[in-house]
Design a binder for this molecule. Sequence first.
Ligand code: NAP
Ligand code: MG
Length: 490
Amino acid sequence: MAVSQTSCEPMFINGEWTEGSSGKRIPVYDPSTEEVIAEIPDASAADIDAAVAAARHAFDEGGWPQTTAQERGRILFRIAARLREEAPQLAELESRNCGKPIVESEYDIADAATVFEYYGGLANKVSGLVNPVPDNALSLSLKEPVGVAGQIIPWNYPIGMAAWKLAPALAAGCTCVLKPAEQTPLTMLKLAGWLADCGVPAGVVNIVTGLGETAGAAIVAHPGVDKVAFTGSAAVGKLIMKSAADTLKRVTLELGGKSPNIFFADADFEAAIDGALFGIFINQGEVCSAGSRVLVQRSIYPKFLEAMTEKARTIKLGPPLDRSTKMGPLVSKEQYDRVSAYQKLGKSEAKLALGGGRPASISRGYYVEPTIFYDVDNSSRIAREEIFGPVAAVIPFEDEREALRIANDTSFGLAAAVWTRDIYRALRMVKAIRAGIVWVNHMQPTYVEAPWGGFKQSGFGRELGVHGIDEYLETKQVHINLNEAPIGWY
Ligand code: NAP
Ligand code: MG
């Protein structure tokens, strides 16, 4: 593996760049070439202490929560504008660092800007309530920021996940300690460099780079952190919930899934095939809501499988910066090994229609083929475990009842999609599926105006929309006695 033009990208604590106290560094790769493109500090517990102290000070004494909501909104609009201005360079960096096709990175940057704009607009629309209590009193519910937010994000949508977490927190008046995934910190560090220009005071946003088991765990355990917002695997989500219990932190978890993408025989056939591919192959399948279980009604099953396979064969794999690329490499060697192991496992659990290995025509980079297994039993591991790669498990079903049973037979509950022209059936499925989002005749679109989050082991709490800011707010009751006389009890 070659090391070329490596730069150390320092982390951002209390408005300053620092290489941290450990002296240790973590390499950052371009997954399409397997080359190291940068190094980042491996944050120690002492670095996390410093970041939390900065965020604590900015919250408790620095005046961030007292900044007017209008002003916080204006700051978020400036961040959005900067993201749009820098979009071409930022998209390129995102694609180089995480391997996603450049066209997808451009969408992600635009989406991130939209998220900052949405919460910029929402900042001064957070209102309390007047409660109609029976006594002669004025009873109010006030909304106040929860405090210091620890935010831990994954590598699949680096800038997008950062926006989903930072924008509502800042709008609410919280301060932040954010840890990007060790694999994909580069765009977040770039954004950190613009914060002061946009008017974010020192200490309000701290970006710490490091490993989950050390830096991430230190954030979660830290008594100075009031709330943890996490996106990533269910396994780590469970560790976080346990650790956060010691300090009774508020916790929100977005943990991915094994989402059913359900096709009835009456669905528009062309749209259905497109939807099946988009559901599982967009972003190389590294999507928490990936439609990784493709449920197909038996009467169209052979025709569907054939059309899906033929169209998947045309998906163009290639360098992320090539505008015609539809699938880039997976993010890392670790993820490549994990997905490859599932490709191998699938061959023993089901039948293989397409792929199943690495593309023969590409000699380096963490590329895997779009892979389709069929006749998959819903009890097999490839139907139950989150693979987080371009691996579809196609499962036949007889009727609506069976589709529903299979769809809900999972420990996850993040997302689902139903394809049918029958409005009655669509709505019955929508009501009966246990998931945080159900699409009808589409899969994957996500809008900042609408809530996002899971049922069951896909986590809890909601991001985006008005729900998203609520997760960063406490409710304070205020009771004002309007009687001038003593209580008169004794
Ligand atoms: P992960 O281990 O859950 O990591 C997500 C984030 O949590 C990263 O920033 C990670 O740090 C951090 N982390 C890891 N262990 C931690 C701990 N003990 N305490 C606090 N933070 C911790 O995910 P991954 O290893 O990157 O991928 C593994 C699997 O997670 C994937 O195959 C996929 O199934 C799932 N995943 C889901 C999503 C989603 O959107 N739901 C996103 C990514 C991955 P470092 O990785 O930097 O050490
Ligand atoms: Mg990891």
